[in-house]
Design a binder for this molecule. Structure first.
Ligand code: NAP
Ligand code: HSE
Length: 328
C-alpha cells in the first residue's frame, strides 16, 4: 500500500491529538483513501520531556534531523508562535511538502505568503484548525466564495473566553478559577494572555478576513477588547436581566466597501443567535449576497476537535490525487 510519510512539529495538546487520531483511525483511513499514513518524525522543544510513547517515530528537537531523514509528504505544524514555525513551513513548502497548521498566531500574519508560496510549488496548505477549532469554517467559506460574495463574518472564535463566560454564569465561579479549568482542559494556550485579551480571536478573524475578502483590515484600526476585565458581578447582573456576555469577533464590508472589524464582549438577548452558544463551543455566522445567513457551531478548542480538523485537512489533500506526493 502506498505510504504518506508525515512529520508532526510540536507534540503538545494538538500534536498529540493528531497522532492519536491517525493511530486510532489508521485502518479506516487506509480503507477510505488507499494510503497508509506513517508518522516518521516528531519535533519538540525539549526532547528529554516524558511524553506519550510513539514507537518507531524519531523524536527530535532539531528540525535538521527531519529534513535530512526520509522524504516527508506532509508536515503537521502545532508549535507555538510565529517563529520558528513560519521558517519551518516555508522550508517544507520549498521541499515540495504539503503543510497543515493549527498555528493561528503565525498564520494570521504569514498565511497569505505561505499560500502563495505553496501555489508556486504546487503543494497544499491546510489551515482549518487555525480558526474555530473543530468547526469546518475554512472549508465552508472556501466553498462559498466560489459562487457567492461574503458580506460579513462574525462569531465566537475563542473557546477559552466562551468557556470562562459560561462557567462564571452557570457555576458562579470567579474568572481566575475558570481560566485555570480551561488551561487544565487544554483549551487555553500555555500563556493564556491572547485568549483572554482578545488577541487570539482577533488573529482568527484576520485569517477569516483573508479568506472571505482576500484582504485584512489595518490591524492598528481594529478595536480589540478581551474578557479579562469582566467580573462575576457583571455576569450575574447581565443574567438577572436575561442577557449574556459573548466575546464576538466581527468583520464586514461597510456601505462604501471598506473592511471594518471589531473584537470584544457584547451583551446579547435570548433572540440573538449567539445567546445559546455555551462552554468551549465556537459559532461563526456568515452573511453572503446569495445564500443569506449561515451559522456553524461546534467545539472551538481541545485535543480531539483540533486534531480532527487537521486530519480532515489531510484527507482533503488526499482527495486531490494530482497534487499528492507519495512515497511508494
Ligand atoms: P502546547 O500544548 O503548548 O504544545 C506546543 C508544542 O510545541 C510542545 O510539544 C512544544 O515542545 C512544541 N514547541 C514549542 N516551541 C517549539 C519550538 N521552538 N520548536 C519545536 N517545538 C516547539 O500547545 P497546543 O495547545 O498543542 O497548541 C499548538 C498550536 O496549535 C498553537 O499554535 C496553538 O495556538 C494552536 N491551537 C491550539 C488549540 C488547542 O485547543 N490547544 C486549538 C487550535 C489551535 P515541548 O513539548 O518540548 O515543550
Ligand atoms: N486557545 C484557543 C481557544 C485554542 O481557546 O480558542 C483554539 O484555537
Amino acid at each position: 500500500m502506498p505510504s504518506i510519510k508525515a512529520a508532526i512539529l510540536g507534540f503538545g495538546t494538538v500534536g498529540e491529538g493528531i497522532y492519536r487520531i491517525l493511530k486510532e483511525k489508521r485502518e479506516q483511513i487506509q480503507e477510505q483513501t488507499g494510503y497508509s499514513i506513517d508518522i516518521v518524525a516528531i519535533l519538540v522543544k525539549d526532547a528529554s520531556k516524558k511524553r506519550l510513547a510513539t514507537p518507531g517515530v524519531v523524536i527530535t528537537d532539531d528540525i535538521r534531523d527531519i529534513w535530512s531523514g526520509p522524504s516527508i509528504d506532509v508536515v503537521f505544524e502545532a508549535i507555538v508562535g510565529e517563529e520558528p514555525a513560519y521558517t519551518y513551513l516555508s522550508e517544507a513548502i520549498e521541499k515540495g511538502t504539503h503543510i497543515i497548521t493549527a498555528n493561528k498566531k503565525m498564520f494570521a500574519k504569514h498565511g497569505p505568503a505561505l499560500v502563495k508560496h505553496a501555489e508556486f510549488r504546487g503543494v497544499q496548505v491546510g489551515f482549518e484548525a487555525t480558526t474555530a477549532g473543530g468547526v469546518p469554517i475554512i472549508r465552508t467559506v472556501s466553498n462559498l466564495i466560489k459562487g457567492d460574495r461574503v458580506r460579513r463574518v462574525q462569531g465566537i472564535l475563542n473557546g477559552t473566553s466562551n468557556y470562562i463566560l459560561t462557567k462564571m454564569r452557570e457555576d458562579h465561579l470567579p474568572f481566575q478559577q475558570v481560566l485555570q479549568q480551561a488551561q487544565a482542559l487544554g483549551y487555553a494556550e500555555a500563556d493564556p494572555t491572547d485568549d483572554v485579551s482578545g488577541g487570539d480571536a482577533f488573529r482568527k478573524l484576520m485569517i477569516l478576513s483573508s479568506l472571505a475578502f482576500d484582504r485584512q483590515p489595518d490591524w492598528d484600526h481594529v478595536p480589540v477588547v478581551g474578557v479579562d476585565h469582566i467580573e462575576l458581578s457583571h455576569v450575574q447582573e447581565a443574567s438577572n436581566n436575561n442577557l449574556r456576555y459573548r466575546h464576538v469577533a466581527d468583520v464586514w464590508l461597510d456601505e462604501k466597501g471598506v473592511l471594518q472589524a471589531t473584537v470584544g464582549p457584547v451583551l446579547v438577548g435570548a433572540d440573538h443567535p449567539l445567546h445559546s452558544i455555551d462552554g468551549v463551543n465556537n459559532a461563526v455566522i456568515v452573511n453572503t449576497e446569495y445564500l443569506g445567513q449561515l451559522t456553524l457551531v461546534g467545539p472551538g478548542a481541545g485535543m480531539y476537535p483540533t486534531g480532527s480538523a487537521m486530519v480532515s485537512d489531510l484527507l482533503h489533500i488526499l482527495g486531490q490525487p494530482s497534487k499528492v506526493l507519495v512515497n511508494q
